[in-house]
Design a protein around this ligand. Structure first.
Ligand SMILES: [Fe+2]
Length: 342
């Protein structure tokens, strides 16, 4: 991709964020709050500010320190909190929204030019519809089989009364929408087989070097939702895994996630939610994303690159695309991930 394509992609993603996800247009007021950004994150935010102004949006660009969150929310039609890892103003935002403040709030984690250029190719409506259909298909299945040419062979049985979450960048009026969008997930202890994570990792605790795993896949064997064997040819990654599994409950599968961001073209080296939005499946080891009767302080997402998914004998995902899904109204399955969900 040349420099012109990259900047065109960044401008397109920035415009989609403003008009589709933040839902603001001419004469509206968007406040962008810069949190713990990298230099590249600031470039991404500059592109969003430019896109908004081109659309006639009034933009206020603030740094978090010393700013009163309640006043910002009361003065804005939408607020974008652009962050790397932090989640500032959690309490004040939730209480202001509960008090009836009418302002759309979005949190973007791992803010980068790659995220804005690649993670927002699907508009929010398309994303919401796909998530609803994936969620309904998986939730209503008794058994889900996941395979890959690199050796993944998993059997997953969703809980009949299990809870599910959908991350589609939808703002529900109560909690901030989360960007980048694109996954549905659940918890079930009924996960068995082998996962070969040859795509990427995401973690809640950092990771040495690139998050991309293509040259050094992680193999895990799982029985009844517990990792019984884990291996990686890379010594450093093996050390990370060894330490990780020392933590109580880190060997339990806390999340079965289905990535739905079909605009993604490649994994990115930066440790970021974007990689777990990759179309297909990922398993989160450790801290569950649903309310269950156990907990773990750490979360490690393992993401395979290219899988096939069969739900109750019907192929529903291959060649990076979902197909043959049950049709479901997005209004019925709009449950955004909690703000700090990984
Ligand atoms: Fe996930």
């Amino acid at each position: 991709m040349n420099r012109h394509d990259r900047s065109a992609g960044l401008a397109a993603g920035a415009a989609a964020l403003v008009s589709s996800y933040a839902g603001v247009g001419a004469a509206d007021h968007l406040t962008i709050v810069r949190s713990d950004l990298t230099a590249d994150g600031h470039v991404a935010v500059d592109a969003i500010r430019t896109a908004a102004r081109r659309l006639g949006v009034r933009v206020t660009d603030v740094v978090q320190a010393g700013t009163d969150p309640r006043r910002v929310l009361a003065d804005s039609d939408a607020v974008l909190i652009a962050a790397d890892n932090e989640s500032p103003w959690r309490g004040p935002i939730v209480s202001a929204l509960a008090d009836g403040v009418r302002c759309r709030v979005l949190r973007m984690f791992g803010t980068s030019t790659a995220l804005v250029a690649n993670g927002l190719r699907m508009d929010q409506t398309t994303m919401a519809r796909l998530n609803a259909n994936v969620l309904e298909t998986m939730r209503s299945s008794s058994v889900i089989n996941v395979t890959s040419s690199s050796g993944t062979d998993l059997t997953i049985r969703p809980l009949a009364n299990g809870t599910w979450a959908s991350s589609c960048g939808h703002f529900d009026g109560r909690r901030p929408a989360v960007l980048p969008p694109g996954e549905v997930n659940t918890y079930t202890p009924h996960v068995d087989g082998v996962l070969v994570a040859d795509g990427a990792v995401n973690t809640s605790f950092g990771f040495p070097g690139s998050a991309v795993l293509d040259e050094r896949p992680i193999h895990v064997t799982i029985a009844n939702g517990v990792v019984v064997d884990a291996a990686c040819s890379d010594r450093i990654v093996s050390m990370v895994l060894r330490d990780f599994f020392e933590v109580p409950n880190a060997d339990r599968v806390g999340e079965v996630g289905f990535g739905t961001n079909i605009g993604l073209r490649a994994f990115i080296p930066k440790l970021c939610h974007l990689n777990e939005r990759w179309p297909g499946i990922h398993l989160g080891l450790g801290s569950p994303t649903q309310l269950v009767d156990w907990s773990c302080p750490l979360h490690l997402d393992l993401i395979p690159a290219d899988v096939q998914i069969v739900a109750d004998g019907q192929p529903v995902f291959s060649n990076g695309r979902y197909h043959g899904l049950r049709d479901c109204d997005p209004e019925e399955s709009r449950i955004d991930l909690h703000v700090d969900a990984v």
